[in-house]
Write a protein that binds this ligand. Sequence first.
Ligand code: UD1
Length: 432
Amino acid sequence: MDKFLIRGGKPLHGTVTISGAKNSALPCLAATLLSPKTVTLHNVPYVRDLITQRRLLEDLGAETLLLHKHTHKITASDIELFEAPYELVKTMRASVLALGPLLGRFGKAKVSLPGGCAIGTRPIDLHLRAFEKLGAEVSLESGDVVATAPKGRLQGADLEFKMVTVTGTENVMMAAVLADGTTTLRNAAREPEIEDLAELLNKMGAKIEGAGTSTITIEGVEELGEAEHSIIPDRIETGTFLVAAAITNGELTIENCQPKHLEAVINKLREAGVEIEQIDDTTLHAKCSKDGLRAVDVITQPHPKFPTDMQAQYMALMTQAEGTSVVVETIFENRFMHVAEMQRMGADIEIEGNTATIKGKKNLTGAKVLASDLRASASLVLAGLAATGETLIDRVYHIDRGYETIVKKISSIGGDITRIKESIAMSAENGE
Ligand code: UD1
């Protein structure tokens, strides 16, 4: 397993370009299963989860062509298989996003039930109840979810999610575009990724209104056609680099981002003393204020509130702020795995249930730490960049799932970070 070696304490300076949003590209790739015609997607980030998602499409029988590192041309005219096997779902939970399109277009789908993951149980019961509302029969067979539309086609329905779910909203929206009649999704997630997916589906010929609000209306159509679409920039990568500028006391220009997608993060960081200037519609400039960072509390909530995917990175920042801050995680249980690692670096953080209390202005010192999930890994990179001495982060395959060329990007703005390939890492550990 690869590791990152970070020699901290160097302010980051320069310009960084944001990649396409992983969490938008994943459902958009799945959406190509809805059409027999070619769909071209630009600005797809070159990260491991997207490579896995492309492999899933290929396994199902779709033809995929990588025109360029970030441009995928996908034609799902000949689908031979209707299932996402356990081997794929266990490595990437988002493969459950194949369920909606397969069920919507072919009236049948089988997806292995995702097990627990590092950040909590993460069931898909809300997806399944919604499919049933659309007329599907859903059963569990040897760990697989099997869903069929008895009449071959789903029926439009009026349904309300008991809880806001991002991939649930996406999955059901994709299933409903080819249903017979109109579907209304209430208490839908409002994340920018949902709007992006709806935009792609509408380009393919779907009739979706209200994506980005809590009520989405989908008028079913007979079939979908070809389309070309560019994925939105990654708001979490943007937020991570805003924190990187502040935590290293540096100054960064962040290009190709979409500031309106991360207003809650920008506002919170400004409150905490990060000077963020919007240069134009797609460019931000960030640096720490002369007065330094202040402790400010955060509660994670569904969009447009503060995202859970920025919680760990924000906590890293708070270890350097003046005063005591409280971070409450309301979306996932067990999403404080980074805390024990930050404590090893000298952070003063106490956890009680879903609440973390961080006493700031602690000098972080480099240590050997373990990455437990994608965003936790990002927070450890940030802590490592702020720490004095060397930080060795193990299990960085988590970060490779969602951050494109992070070592190259951070190195290009003055950060001292190196990827150590497994065999070399082993020698380094052995003192060779
Ligand atoms: C998506 C994002 C993830 C982000 C999360 C919350 C993708 C690929 N992943 O994950 O990065 O952290 O949104 O913004 O887009 N729940 C149920 N039953 C369900 C579905 C969800 O109980 O059927 C619960 C979950 O356990 C969790 C909460 O609802 O506590 C929100 O989960 P959800 O919005 O579904 O997260 P994901 O879509 O998995």
